[in-house]
Design a protein around this ligand. Structure first.
Ligand code: GP9
Ligand code: MN
Length: 418
């Protein structure tokens, strides 16, 4: 009957971060382009590999006056990998602890970012040159109210412009920019890149830096495909400018999940010049980059709050002046002064500005020393509550009982209960 929704709704209301009045609605009406950067971890940003710069274009954005770069941002995905990150971004809820929510709950009712933007006059779409049914996307995109899926059939894909998983990122962005010129504006396009995907293969002609020299071929090649991904973003920005789409857009880019698993810890330790990769290190290595690029903003800066993918939905909607105060979301606006430095991972680990909790150990974030679990306990409890509420919403398909007045409704129900 949706009574669980009341409890979750009360929690969401009580923990809501206020909006930043200066930012709310500041970029109303702009196109929104959200780019999923395949397997891109934060440790490569601003870094070199054997003297080679790995992400020259993204590095140039870090200190760009039109870019907010989040340096302590984390993926929150589970087994659903890319699809989990999509789910989190659209719904500001977690994926599931088991399996991929895209498969298991593709037919649920949701209140996605796409749906909100559609209601606000946006043409909403996803661009990804893979078969439409991969990760059950064709099904769940209907539940997410995404109006159009530019899947493999919308792209010219052939032997020459493909590698590894499919269409290379540079032609993907070139063709996507062309498709954008035909879109009704304002549009919301979520773009999913692919070339920087395990096992990280490139063709000779696309290799821009040498391999690394560890015992892991995976890590060795990773730097090269990351370099290629970086180049593809540069090309896309140029295309947007050429096509006159740049100035009136907001471009949000985030790493979808890790690329280098713990199977490559030895090679990672060598690269990071550490004796070993501990549970503490592994948690911090789940950091992925987030860039919010707003042409003409002039106020960009490096933002160091601990934050996660779950925060993207409210942040974007608020920049566009779209209210989310009645929404069943677990993230918070990154520009809110009340945004808390607390990122929960799907497996219960978490990072705050003071602590890292991993392997059931509480670490002092600054020193990496093990400390009394008591320091972490309040966060452990809250992490459990939030993950559980998210699971309840999904497993109970609770957003069926939600409509735009749902919080009012739930408050009434609550009043009756009291
Ligand atoms: C497939 C692509 C990769 O379409 O999104 O998915 P992943 O394996 O990274 O979850
Ligand atoms: Mn992925």
């Amino acid at each position: 009957d949706g009574s669980e929704l009341v409890e979750v709704g009360n929690y969401v209301q009580a923990n809501q971060a206020s909006v930043n009045e200066e930012m709310f609605g500041k970029y109303k009406g702009r196109n929104v382009i959200v780019i999923s950067l395949e397997s891109l971890q934060n440790f490569v940003i601003g870094n070199t590999m054997n003297g080679e710069v790995i992400t020259p274009f993204l590095n140039s954005l870090v200190n760009d006056k039109d870019t907010y770069y989040f340096s302590d941002f984390y993926h929150q995905t589970g087994l659903g990998k890319t699809s989990d990150s999509e789910f989190i971004v659209e719904n500001s809820l977690f994926g599931l602890g088991r399996g991929a929510v895209f498969f298991t709950h593709g037919g649920n009712t949701y209140n996605s970012m796409a749906e909100k933007l559609g209601e606000n006059g946006y043409f909403t779409n996803v661009m990804h040159a893979n078969n439409k049914s991969f990760w059950n996307r064709d099904m769940i995109y209907q539940s997410l109210n995404i109006q159009k899926f530019y899947d493999i059939d919308s792209y010219d894909v052939n032997e020459e412009n493909s590698v590894n998983w499919g269409l290379k990122d540079i032609p993907f962005f070139e063709q996507s920019a062309e498709l954008m010129t035909e879109m009704q504006q304002p549009f919301y396009s979520r773009m999913i890149t692919l070339t920087n995907h395990y096992p990280f293969y490139l063709e000779e002609e696309d290799i821009m830096i040498p391999e690394y020299n560890s015992n892991s071929g995976t890590l060795n090649r990773y730097f090269q495909t990351v370099r290629y991904l970086d180049e593809s973003i540069k090309v896309f920005f140029e295309q947007l400018k050429e096509k006159g789409l740049y100035d009136n857009s907001i471009i949000v880019m985030y790493g979808d999940h890790y690329g280098i698993s713990e199977n490559h810890n030895k090679a990672m330790a060598m690269y990071l010049e550490k004796d070993e990769i501990t549970a503490y290190d592994s948690a911090l290595l789940q950091s992925v980059p987030l860039f919010i690029h707003i042409p003409g903003s002039g106020e960009g800066k490096v933002m160091d709050e601990a934050a996660g993918q779950i925060d993207i939905r409210p942040t974007i909607l608020h920049l566009l002046g779209i209210d989310t105060s009645n929404d069943m979301q677990l993230g918070a606006d990154l520009f809110s002064k009340e945004h808390e430095d607390f990122v929960i991972f799907r497996d219960g680990r978490f990072v705050t500005d003071q602590y890292v909790y991993a392997g059931e150990v509480c670490y002092d974030r600054d020193t990496g020393e093990e400390i009394d679990i008591k320091a972490c306990q309040p966060y452990i409890d809250r992490a459990n509550v939030e993950l559980e509420y998210s699971d309840e919403i999904i497993n109970g398909d609770l957003l069926r009982f939600y409509d735009d007045e749902s919080i009012n409704l739930s408050q009434e129900q609550n009043a009756v209960k009291e």
